[in-house]
Write a protein that binds this ligand. Sequence first.
Ligand code: GUN
Ligand code: ZN
Length: 442
Amino acid sequence: VINYTQALRGQFFDITQVGASAQNLATNARHITDGLLFLNGGTIAALLPWDEGQRMLRNETDYLDYRDKLILPGFVDTHLHYPQTEMIGAYGEQLLEWLQTYTFPVESQYVSHDHAARMSAFFLSQLLSNGTTTALVFGTVHPQSVDALFSAAERVGMRMIAGKVMMDRNAPDYLTETPEQSYQQTRDLILRWHKRGRLNYALTPRFAPTSSPELLSAVQKLREEFPDTWVHTHLSENSDEVEWVKALWPEHASYLGVYHHYKLTGKRSVFAHGIHLQECEWDCLQHTDSSVAFCPTSNLFLGSGLFNLKQCMQKGVRMGIGTDVGAGTTFNMLQTLAEAYKVAQLQSYRLCASEAFYHATLGGAHALDLDTKIGNFQAGKEADFVVLDPAVTPLQKLRYANSRDIYEKLFVLMTLGDDRNIWQTWVDGKCVWQREMLEVAA
Ligand code: GUN
Ligand code: ZN
């Protein structure tokens, strides 16, 4: 017998094991065309094929019927900025000018707790309506930005990692702080939020150019005091940025070397981008067990460059997908995977559907060191998943009907899909988002 509170019948796909190569991931793909997912409160009790599962039901109709849907583990977004939601699509600049012209002025508004609270609610509804159930999120330099976000996530019951930006130079006065302030405010936030329910804290120095040596020392001190916190920052996104880091930190051999010097590499350290890395930096990421966040829509939008997915897989570096909103242009993981595929195409690497969906789920969870808690339908994991309507538009219906197997269907879904395909999002065993019926002509 299975002890359960709810059961869902439908089509399921997940990757059962963390893996390092596309072949190995394909081997661990699990597709159940007609299955039963048993939930016990916020926990997954079992996923079984219908034939086996039906015998475990208390009575034969004791399930929600999603047989025309596809159920996947919730998407994991390993890098984005909630205060940049309102500036998506800022025209004409690459990273450094984009930050000065658009980003810093928008982030200044989060000095207001009310503004932060309103935008937190909007931000979470964007994540959920796109099927994203866990994210690693930048706030602003203001502690109240993080209080507002964590409060909103706690109300939904989402697993979320976030932190306040730490920065003390090369940004406007209204967004900079002293290393002492940064240390103290971050420490207070850790004590208030870290490991509270499903919430976790990430030490969030913006990037090396906005950090003095004293600031990074403060981050190091916090990591030593609170070794189970995360570290979240940017790395080697743009060529001018890489040159600037060389000029600001001449005593370090590489960009990653700066962070490594302050002992900020390691498990639960997540570096966004990593586009212009030297071989030794890839090796450092690998042997310190650090993670990178691949943010294809952002990298294309800001003209930053092409992330080397093949190299990342070959080196065995932990990697997850990030939307990087607001340099990224969508919250939607399907659209983000479509761009990841194109970035790989430009470098003659084939990103197959099982690998792509792995990166968006279990692989992202692994990059965040959360793969024992989320990322697939393994019994005992937290019940975070997304119910997809695999074909909603006329074009999707046409193309879906013409696809042979689950891999082709998933690939079509990531190529043509968007938020219209997200039917429901479940967090902690509860449906927290339901799409309205779409009026789409057949
Ligand atoms: N590097 C430093 N700050 C940022 C930011 O806000 N967005 C992106 N894409 N890169 C950064
Ligand atoms: Zn970013």
